[in-house]
Design a protein around this ligand. Structure first.
Ligand code: AMP
Length: 247
């Protein structure tokens, strides 16, 4: 068995499903139910523009977990004009991956900071080196949620995608438009189109995703749950079914 792959059998001896705030409270404290000594650790994987951000926001709201998004962390560094952000911006703009040592340091520090709390890791690991490093630091996900979305769907979707940077809320101008064009529904702040959301950059990111990330499905095969489809709204209930057996 590979270093990052642990069975989920120990998670399935769950107590009956709880609802509402009690469910959320228990989600943070699954030591008594799903995992022996820590909150539920989830990893979400999928192609860029495949709905990871949207689904992660729903999971975050429903299960009160800590969303650790590598892309959001980098974008917040860029917004704040940190040295790391300035370096990362060039890679991101060109649709390239930020160097592994930078990413490993960032994510490791964040997961260490969360200690035994529940987390949902999104956007990391992106390749074998990052996966090995995650495992070597003892950060083993209890379940890996893989979104299997066709490339054509992604390219079409990205052209219409607008995001609210600080919350990570994602809109689609045709299927999930904001109430007011260009404005976030909850905060009234402006939405942006990410500079890396061009067809050219997305095609590059998809190539890079398939080459480097597809093998991760093998790495995490013992904990992997795959969700095929093209609409986040249809995929999410299937994810909920899986998570409800663990909380
Ligand atoms: P995302 O929001 O996850 O699509 O990430 C946006 C961009 O940030 C990616 O296209 C990469 O340039 C960079 N990035 C995010 N996560 C990673 C990672 N784990 N490794 C390397 N680069 C990353």
């Amino acid at each position: 068995m590979l270093a990052g792959a642990r069975g989920v059998g120990h998670l399935l001896k769950s107590t009956p499903r709880l609802v509402g705030s009690e469910s959320s409270r228990r989600a943070l404290c699954v030591g008594t139910t799903a995992a022996a000594s820590h909150g539920l650790r989830m990893l979400i994987m999928g192609p860029p523009g495949g709905g990871k951000g949207t689904i992660s926001n729903w999971i975050k709201a429903d299960y009160k977990t800590n969303h650790v998004s590598s892309g959001d962390i980098l974008r917040s560094h860029i917004e704040q004009g940190t040295e790391l952000g300035t370096k990362a911006a060039d890679f991101i703009r060109n649709g390239a991956l930020v160097p592994d040592d930078v990413m490993v340091g960032l994510i490791d520090a964040e997961l260490d900071r969360l200690g035994g709390k529940s987390w949902l890791l999104d956007g990391f690991p992106r390749n074998d080196t990052q996966a090995q490093s995650l495992a070597s630091k003892g950060h083993h996900p209890d379940v890996v949620l893989l979104l299997d979305i066709p490339d054509e769907v992604i390219i079409e979707r990205i052209k219409h995608r607008w995001v609210h940077v600080s919350s990570g809320r994602v809109y689609h101008t045709l299927y999930n438009p904001p109430q007011k064009e260009g404005i976030d529904d909850e905060t009234g702040e402006p939405l942006i189109q990410r500079p890396d959301d061009t067809v050219e950059a997305v095609t590059k990111r998809l190539e890079s995703y398939h080459k480097m990330t597809d093998p991760l499905a093998e790495f995490f095969k013992n904990n992997l749950r795959t969700f095929k489809g093209s609409e986040s709204k249809k995929i999410y209930p299937e994810i909920q079914k899986v998570l409800s057996t663990m909380i």
